[in-house]
Design a protein. Sequence first.
Length: 106
Amino acid sequence: MSDWQRAFSVEEIGFGSWKQVDLDGTIVVIYNVDGEFFAIEDICTHDGAVLSGCPLEGDEVICPRHGARFSVKTGEALSAPAWEATATFPLKIENGDLFLRDNRWD
Ligand code: FES
């Protein structure tokens, strides 16, 4: 089980925006969706495109290469050509700072 890692202050991610963080070698994107924060791996499961930098539509991010949609809340692939979810990571807020950890091998 990995330890919680501080990412950054919640004030650094405004509504509707995102920020990347390196979590023990895995690039993760943290999104602010209407004041709630969600973290997914920064990779499209179709063919490996980077998802960060793409605009949010509600709680969905659209892959720039072939248009697959992912829920940033659940990581679920919502449309072809991606079928597998991208990984999600638990987040917590302490004293105004965001922390995340990698629970994929718990
Ligand atoms: S690489 Fe993302 S949809 Fe193809």
